[in-house]
Structures are given as structure tokens and as C-alpha cells.
Design a protein around this ligand. Structure first.
Ligand code: ADP
Length: 169
């Protein structure tokens, strides 16, 4: 039921989130927060020219995490993943910019740190698949669904970045 509601909600707000206004949901997972990687991850997204639209430190409920990873519910690691993700605070963020979903995934690296190239976030900082430091939406649809799941509309800030003309021509 919640899933259906979120999909409808996401659909309503979808239209404006294209081009330079594209948005993605990025989270520093509990292992990343514990390993003091928040600043490093924020720095990489800022440096790449993306705009921070929302950020909060949260202890996510199992209910929220089960919904977030619903597509993996039949995988053997699902329960453990939900437990790992609820084991400590998460830094939940929304970033905006041209192709931010695809580029964010490239910046993250592969799901397993051992498959991830050096210079990617997981390649440089991840240890193993359960401790891969970061989550990022993998499609336009999942970005809308995840942003709606983690944030209220009022938590998303619209603001002008003074360097925009130096980033986009
Ligand atoms: P990604 O986070 O790269 O989008 P998935 O959505 O497939 O990857 O998986 C979600 C998370 O589940 C991964 O980031 C990882 O922490 C965990 N995970 C994925 N595959 C495994 C696995 N084989 N064993 C344990 N945990 C896994």
C-alpha cells in the first residue's frame, strides 16, 4: 500500500526532475558513517558540480529499510542487509544535477568493492560487499521512489548555486 502511494507521489513530482534538475538519493551507510567517510563522500559530489538539495542523519527503522530494499526481498542477504542498515546512523542526501543518477553510480563503483575501480568511492574506501559505504539510486524511477520514501517534500531545498554558469553553459 505504502509502495503504491509512494509511486503515485513520485509520479506527480517526476516531471520537474529532468536535465540539470535531475535528482538522486545518496546515502552514506552505517559503515561509512562509522568510518568517517561522510565528508569524503560529500566532497566528491560537491567537487563534481552537483547541488546538495537535502541532507540528514537518521536512524532508519526496519520498516523503512524493508521498503527501501523491497526489490531484494527474495535474496538470501535481505534480512541481514536490513539489520546492517539499521545498526547505526545513515546520512541520507538528495543531490541534483545533469545526469546525476548515472554519474553518481559511476562515482560509487560496483556493488562489490573488489570489483570497483580505484578512484571510485567503493574502490577507494569499501572493504567487502556488506561494507560498501554508500547507496545511490540506480534509475530515474528508483530515485523518485527513494527520495519520496526518505524525505518529505518540505525537506528538499530549492536554492541557487552562484557558480551554476561556470558548471553549465
Ligand atoms: P547496489 O548497492 O550497488 O545498488 P544492490 O541493490 O544489488 O547493489 O544491493 C544492495 C546492497 O545489498 C548492496 O549495496 C550490498 O550492501 C548488499 N549486497 C548485495 N549483494 C550482496 C551479497 N551477495 N551478499 C551480501 N550483501 C549483498
Amino acid at each position: 500500500m505504502l509502495g503504491l502511494f509512494l509511486s503515485l507521489f513520485a509520479h506527480i513530482f517526476k516531471s520537474g526532475w529532468t536535465g540539470v534538475n535531475e535528482r538522486t538519493f545518496i546515502a552514506v551507510k552505517p559503515d561509512g558513517v562509522q568510518r568517517r567517510l561522510v565528508g569524503e563522500i560529500v566532497r566528491r559530489f560537491e567537487k563534481k558540480g552537483f547541488k546538495l538539495v537535502a541532507l540528514k542523519l537518521v536512524m532508519a527503522s526496519e520498516e523503512l529499510l524493508k521498503e527501501h530494499y523491497w526489490h531484494l526481498r527474495n535474496r538470501p542477504f535481505y534480512n541481514r542487509l536490513v539489520r546492517d542498515m539499521s545498526s547505526g546512523p545513515i546520512v541520507a542526501m538528495v543531490w541534483q544535477g545533469l545526469d546525476v543518477i548515472k554519474t553518481g553510480r559511476k562515482m560509487m563503483g560496483e556493488t562489490s568493492p573488489s570489483d570497483s575501480m580505484p578512484a571510485t568511492i567503493r574502490g577507494d574506501n569499501g572493504v567487502e560487499v556488506r561494507r560498501n559505504a554508500i547507496h545511490g539510486s540506480d534509475s530515474v524511477e528508483s530515485a523518485h521512489r527513494e527520495i519520496s520514501l526518505w524525505f518529505q517534500e518540505t525537506e528538499l531545498s530549492s536554492w541557487d548555486v552562484c557558480s551554476t554558469n561556470w558548471i553549465y553553459s
